[in-house]
Design a protein around this ligand. Structure first.
Ligand code: HEC
Length: 160
C-alpha cells in the first residue's frame, strides 16, 4: 500500500471506531436524595463554605453533578463518569445522613488535608473548571471549616 493509502485507511478506521464507541454510554445519573440528609443541612454549613464546595467539589462528591458536554462524548465521557463514581464512592455530600459518626469525622479530616495539600479538587479537573481553582485564602477557609467541623463531631460525644 502507498503511504497516502495507509493514512486514508487509518483515518476511516479511526472515524468508524469513534462512531461505534458512542454507543457505549456510561452512567450519568444524578440519583434522588433527601435535602434534609445532606452534609450541608446536617452540619448547618455556612453559605460561604457551601459556595466553595459548590465551585470545587459538588461535581464529583454529590448527586448534583453538572455533566459537561464532553461527558456525552466517548471516550471522555467514560473518564468523567469514572471520576464521579469514584468521588461519590469516597464521599457523597448528598448521602451524608447514611454515614456513621466516625466516617463523617474522618471525611471532614480528609477534606481538611486534601484541600490544604491541593490534592482536591482533582488537579486535572481544574483547567476545564476555572471556578474550581480555589485561591490559597479560599483553601484555608475551607480547610479550617472542615477541621473545626471534624473536631465538633468528635468532641460532641454523640456516639453511634
Ligand atoms: C473531578 C472529580 C473530583 C472533584 C472535583 C473533587 N474530587 Fe475529591 N475525589 C475524587 C476522586 C476520584 C477521589 C478518590 C480517588 C482519590 O483519592 O484520588 C476523591 C477523594 C476525595 C477524598 C478522600 C476521601 C476518602 O475516602 O479518604 C476527599 C476528602 C475529597 N476527595 C475531597 C474533595 C473536596 C473537598 C473537593 C472540593 C474542594 C473535591 N474532593 C473535589 C474526585 C473529585
Amino acid at each position: 500500500m502507498k503511504y497516502k493509502h495507509i493514512v486514508k485507511v487509518f483515518f476511516v478506521v479511526t472515524c468508524v471506531i469513534f462512531v461505534l464507541i458512542q454507543f457505549i454510554q456510561p452512567n450519568r445519573d444524578n440519583p434522588q436524595f433527601d435535602p434534609a440528609m445532606t452534609m450541608q443541612a446536617e452540619l448547618n454549613v455556612p453559605a460561604n463554605i457551601v459556595s466553595l464546595l459548590d465551585r470545587g467539589c459538588y461535581d464529583c462528591h454529590s448527586n448534583e453533578t453538572r455533566w459537561p458536554f464532553y461527558a456525552y462524548v466517548a471516550p471522555a465521557s467514560w473518564l468523567v463518569s469514572y471520576d464521579v463514581s469514584e468521588g461519590r464512592k469516597h464521599f457523597n455530600m448528598s448521602e451524608w445522613g447514611k454515614y456513621r459518626m466516625s466516617k463523617k469525622a474522618s471525611i471532614l479530616g480528609g477534606i481538611n488535608s486534601a484541600v490544604k495539600e491541593k490534592e482536591m479538587p482533582l488537579p486535572k479537573y481544574i483547567p476545564l473548571h476555572p471556578e474550581a481553582d480555589l485561591t490559597d485564602a479560599e483553601r484555608d477557609t475551607l480547610a479550617a471549616w472542615a477541621q473545626s467541623a471534624a473536631e465538633e463531631l468528635m468532641g460532641g460525644g454523640e456516639e453511634e
